[in-house]
Design a protein around this ligand. Structure first.
Ligand code: NOJ
Length: 553
């Protein structure tokens, strides 16, 4: 997600909102206010998600190798309160428990990721394949299928094997393409008879920018102005190679689909009457979603990225652009490597033009864009600092995907909202509101003609939130991390999401309002349960430590 420094700017924006309901999406006159009652197309898939490092725990069990996140979190000062994902939700030991939560919600699909070093400890397939790791994912997949829940499997949710980082520099190095392809091929071979939805990369933007440019994420490198572009270049090539591997070697037999999951905030011009703001907002989205989506759908980077980064590189006196280039063979190889597009979306920014002349300190990904990000302080902001609830931005982003990339099949792979750790409130009214409004905007987008096939609430459980540690909770289910058994408790949003799923949308106002009331009623009893469990574990902790005395035999 966005680095904190980038979102601190906060301006009050007074905007006149034009309200109209149009069949064809109208970019200037969008309906931002009224709620739309209606249902989703038959067969629409409802799900929830997780990722390996964020939930599994068992970081060093059963032959798993180290990932860059294991190493990063074990260094002091990288994560809030120096927390780690060592045990996290202990998901590795709780397949059955967690699937019963999914059944409670009546989910159609569950999105999870495979930890590369759990099944190939060094990341290099010829070194060793860890059968115990394979066994874990076999069990998870089998139990999901027995429960009629479709697995949607991400191959890379950020946990690169540490050996590949140390030996080659991770995604800075082109050799990752082949190593990743070997890993993916192994997954198709071992799980592809049962898994029909594959996602190569989750949110490569974050890997590139936060892993290699700002260093807020593992591997923590600060290669300003070059690292992110190079990492992205190699991930795009790796994605394309894996898509081709699936397409040529497995598709005919396994009959699955393979896509990529991209994240994108929406960028809205501050002043829709100002051409410079309109162009800046377009640039914001092109440097974010377009950076990856344009190669995958059209074969090359967005023209605006090539222009801006190329010009600034020239001004710095560099002979070539800091943005790498694809050869013409590469362009045609990469173009069209996406059976469905995964979209992870959480928030929106207002954007205005701002020049960043190339100074002595050079350029970065952020200054290359020549824009400033603003937020409206009236937007609800219940949890993560960067996450403002702006539902109408979701509809706009989905329509952008439709028009820019030829109306591809979309699965929303992440959408949700967090709360701060200190809040142990299970009655999460604000999350209910967020889901209700965002899902409604997705419904409007489908009415606009956007081809959205499924929705994944992020996330099933509270979990390790990267550099924020456990301080931000995205879960539908609360996890008591202080208890070593990591018990799960339903938040009110579980009840609410469950109703949306069972009605496949929003049937009518009376019913939908009733859902909220009911959800809030039931969560107060869960609150009491949690409070009682807390009291009990506190009493336990306060008891003097006495051990039974055994007579030595
Ligand atoms: C996107 C990441 O893919 C996910 O792992 C994270 O939990 C969410 N953003 C929320 O920050």
């Amino acid at each position: 997600m966005l680095p904190r420094c980038a979102v601190r700017v906060c301006h009050v924006l007074v905007l006149v909102l034009c309200l109209s309901a149009a069949e064809d999406f109208d970019w200037t006159k969008n309906d931002r206010g009224s709620f739309y009652y209606g249902t989703f197309p038959a067969g629409f898939s409802w799900g929830a998600g997780s990722s390996a490092y964020q939930t599994e725990g068992a970081w060093d069990k059963d032959g798993k190798g180290l990932s860059i996140w294991d190493v990063f979190t074990h260094k002091k000062g990288k994560v809030q309160r120096n927390e780690t994902g060592d045990s996290s939700c202990e998901g590795y030991y709780k397949i059955k428990d967690d699937i019963s939560l999914m059944k409670e919600l009546k989910l159609n699909h569950y999105r999870f990721s495979i930890s590369w070093p759990r099944i190939i400890p060094t990341g290099i397939k010829s070194d060793h394949v860890n059968e115990k790791g394979i066994q874990y994912y076999d069990n998870l997949i089998d139990h999901l299928l027995e429960s009629k829940i479709t697995p949607i499997v991400t191959l890379y949710h950020w946990d690169l094997p540490q050996v590949l980082q140390e030996k080659y520099g991770g995604w800075q190095n082109i050799s990752m393409v082949n190593h990743f392809n070997d890993f993916a091929n192994l997954c198709f071979e071992r799980f592809g008879n049962r898994v029909k939805y594959w996602i190569t990369f989750n949110n490569p933007w974050s890997v590139a920018v936060e892993g290699y440019e700002t260093g807020e994420h593992a591997p923590g490198l600060k290669l300003r102005g070059t690292g992110a572009y190079r990492a992205a270049h190699h991930m795009i090539k790796a994605h394309a190679k894996v898509w081709h591997t699936y397409d040529t070697q497995w598709r005919a037999k396994q009959k699955g689909l393979i896509g990529i999951s991209l994240s994108g905030d929406w960028g809205e011009p501050v002043d829709i009457g100002n051409q410079k703001d309109i162009e800046a907002a377009e640039r914001y989205v092109q440097f974010y979603l377009g950076w990856f989506a344009t190669p995958v759908f059209h074969g090359d980077y967005p023209q605006v990225m090539k222009d801006f980064i190329g010009r600034k590189s020239g001004q710095q006196g560099l002979g070539t652009s800091r943005l790498p280039t694809f050869s013409s063979q590469e362009k045609s190889y990469i173009k069209g490597t996406c059976d469905f597009l995964g979209i992870g979306h959480f928030t929106t920014r207002y954007i205005t033009q701002k020049n960043y002349p190339v100074g002595r300190s050079g350029s970065s990904y952020f200054t290359d864009r020549d824009l400033a990000e603003l937020v409206d302080p009236r937007w609800p902001d219940p949890g993560s600092e960067w996450l403002y609830s702006v539902p109408w931005g979701f509809r706009r982003l989905l329509n952008f995907v439709k028009t820019q990339y030829g109306n591809p099949m979309i699965y929303v792979t992440e959408n949700g909202v967090s709360e701060k750790m200190l809040c142990t409130e299970l009655c999460d009214d604000w999350r209910i509101q967020y889901y209700k409004d965002y899902i409604n905007e997705m419904l409007k987008a489908i009415k606009d003609g956007v081809n959205v096939r499924g929705y994944t609430a992020w996330s099933l459980l509270d979990k390790f939130e990267w550099d924020e540690g456990y301080s931000e909770r995205f879960g539908l289910y609360y996890v008591d991390f202080r208890n070593k058994n990591k018990p799960r408790y339903p938040k009110a949003s579980v009840q609410y999401y469950k109703r949306i799923i069972s009605s496949n949308g929003f049937p009518n106002q009376r019913e939908v309002e009733n859902w909220r009331k009911k959800a809030i009623e039931t969560c107060s009893s869960s609150n009491q349960l949690l409070a009682a469990a807390r009291r009990k574990s506190k009493e336990h902790a306060e008891m003097p430590k006495v051990w039974p005395v055994h007579d030595e035999v």
